[in-house]
Unconditional design. Structure first.
Length: 580
């Protein structure tokens, strides 16, 4: 799925290409058409569309398709009196060629007239690696410093350095996902399916239809978008190429097809044999149609597998799936959620396996039903309402059981999150900081063990910080960078010492919520626990700075403040005076 390969496939098949998001095209063209343009480095991860952007700029500025398709690694054209050099992929150049290009770039970007401009595409790691390998002149050193300032720190390059950097990996894939789905399911090529004899039962068309449906289709796409958004907020980026893989697999996947992807003849055969239920797009989204070893090595499925959809469940959901067909209290809900979906819900195969399981069939039959049960949990994740009176929150079917709360807090960028959210976060912090089951949520308890040991229990109180704003003290959840949320702890009105902040990723947020609810989840514990111990160290340091500003204590005694927890979980302090 490289841009060049797709171009060859389009010519061979005579298909209309997908029009994919090219978020930087307008900014790139505006720069190169300006009176005094800058050179540009286009970076990102593999599959973000760097070559796609380069080709779009080439064509918009007067280049021809024929010249581009000749396959030259470096292309050039004139914009007025200036020459624009376009490098499709820096890693494709030989060492000598790339070294010479980097030296020339370092010279040209400090030229006030800059008669030669550059548009260079390079992956993150390759870019810095090549720059540092050629650091043999003042100009290259200046180029390296400028790129690091733009890419790593986000600062502007030094004055007189005429270069810009566009990082495609910073654009939210969750927004691109909706565009990719729309382009694929509404493509003109689907018109060829109108004369198919199996159109009513074809699993490929059924899956496409699920993505086109109004209410249920929008819910499916929104849930998938939220999974991608949470993954990205946890640091797992989805390039455009991976989104194409994901959506294609959703529509074509079937474990009995060759390579796990159906062709038209295979889809017709599976439909006639009554086995089209294996093509469920709700399972395909997690790569269930592929061999486990293949799914684990394929990035989009490996990232989505971290949510544990299908493995995680609740008693309410499993009671509905296992007993709902016969339980009069659950039957109406079972009919609407299971029997109403004749393709992927309570199919004949599921009903037969369910009956075998309830009648105590042999272990192989039980294993078959448990596998089908896993698929139904995955389907319900994409089809249930956000909150259901019988099944509860849809996020209970994932590892991130508080993801809905996190997304609500992240979307409320201009207003404080729900009070219950802040209360849960502070209670979780207090339990981590003290190692005790504290219920206090209106104060942040900064407790230590009195030593530098790694003990989990901290029984000495250094500070009680007010959560509501009071005399400059405040604990708040505020908008962060890239649609994330930050925890912000303020100590004084004049910001001396300055506030201490920590980005609350979905993983850290889930950890605190689980701790606040009385559990220490092993799947999150080690890394997250250390993150919050590091936060406590920063808070204690800031508290010491504030105490130092208040001046030294006087007298011939000092006080130790011990942490006491009342029967109802409130944190109190007990002071003991020690004479010197």
């Amino acid at each position: 799925m490289y841009d060049e390969s797709i171009r060859r496939a389009l010519r061979r098949t005579k298909l209309k290409p997908l029009t994919l998001p090219a978020q930087c095209i307008d900014a790139l063209l505006e720069n190169f058409r300006a009176t005094m343009p800058d050179s540009v480095i286009l970076t990102g991860t593999a599959g973000d569309g760097k070559t796609y952007h380069c080709r779009a700029v080439w064509l918009a500025l007067g280049g021809s398709d024929q010249d581009w398709d000749e396959g030259n690694k470096v292309q050039s054209l004139f914009i007025g009196d200036r020459k624009l050099v376009i490098v499709k992929d820096l890693s494709e150049l030989g060492e000598l060629e790339s070294d010479e290009l980097i030296r020339q770039l370092g010279t040209d970007i400090v030229d006030p007239q800059r008669m030669t401009l550059y548009l260079i595409a390079a992956n993150h790691g390759q870019l810095l690696e090549r720059l540092k390998a050629v650091a043999d002149s003042k100009q290259v050193d200046g180029l390296t410093n400028a790129v690091e300032a733009l890419m790593v720190t986000g600062r502007a390059p030094p004055q007189g350095t005429h270069i810009q950097l566009f990082d495609l990996s910073r654009w939210p894939a969750a927004d691109h996902l909706m565009h990719v789905i729309r382009e694929i399911v509404t493509h003109d090529g689907w018109d060829g399916c109108q004369d198919c004899g199996a159109a009513g039962q074809c699993p490929i068309l059924i899956n496409r239809e699920r993505l086109l449906e109004d209410e249920s289709g929008e819910r499916l796409k929104l849930r998938l978008q939220n999974l991608v958004r949470i993954s990205e907020l946890n640091g797992h980026h989805f390039p455009i190429r991976q989104l194409l893989v994901l959506v294609t697999n959703m529509i074509l996947g079937h474990p009995e097809a060759r390579h796990g992807l159906m062709t038209c003849p295979e889809a017709v055969q599976l439909a006639h044999q009554g086995r089209s239920d294996g093509a469920s797009l709700y399972r395909n989204v997690f790569g269930e149609n592929l061999k486990p070893s293949v799914a684990e090595r394929t990035d989009p499925f490996a990232k989505l597998a971290l949510f544990g959809v299908g493995q995680e469940t609740s008693n309410a959901v499993d009671s509905l799936l296992v007993y709902g067909a016969d339980d009069p209290h659950l039957q109406v809900r079972y009919d609407s959620l299971m029997r109403a979906d004749v393709h992927y819900g309570a199919t004949t195969a599921f009903a037969r396996a369910q009956l075998d399981y309830l009648e105590g069939a042999e272990s192989s039959a039980q294993a078959t039903f448990l596998n089908l049960l896993r698929g139904q949990r995955q389907r319900l994740f994409f089809t249930l309402p956000d909150s259901d009176p019988i099944t509860g929150s849809v996020w209970d079917l994932t590892i991130f059981k508080h993801a809905g709360e996190y997304l609500a807090a992240a979307e409320a960028q201009t207003r404080p999150p729900a009070r219950e959210t802040l209360t849960r976060i502070v209670r979780g912090l207090n339990r981590v900081f003290s190692g005790m089951l504290i219920q206090t949520a209106d104060q942040l308890v900064l407790a230590t063990s009195g030593t530098h040991s790694e003990t989990k229990i901290s029984s000495l109180v250094e500070e009680f910080l007010s959560v509501p704003r009071k005399s400059g003290e405040e604990v708040a959840i505020v908008a962060g960078n890239d649609a994330q949320i930050d925890l912000k702890v303020s100590f004084a009105r004049d910001d001396d010492p300055p506030p201490v902040t920590l980005t609350l990723t979905p993983t850290r947020f889930e950890f605190l919520c689980r701790v606040a609810d009385g559990a220490l989840p092993t799947s999150f514990s080690l890394e997250c626990f250390e993150d919050f111990l590091a936060l406590k160290a920063r808070l204690l340091s800031a508290a010491k700075c504030r105490q130092a500003l208040d001046g030294p204590a006087h007298g011939d005694a000092f006080e130790l403040c011990f942490l006491d927890v009342t029967d109802d979980g409130r944190a109190n302090s007990r002071r003991v005076s020690v004479r010197l």
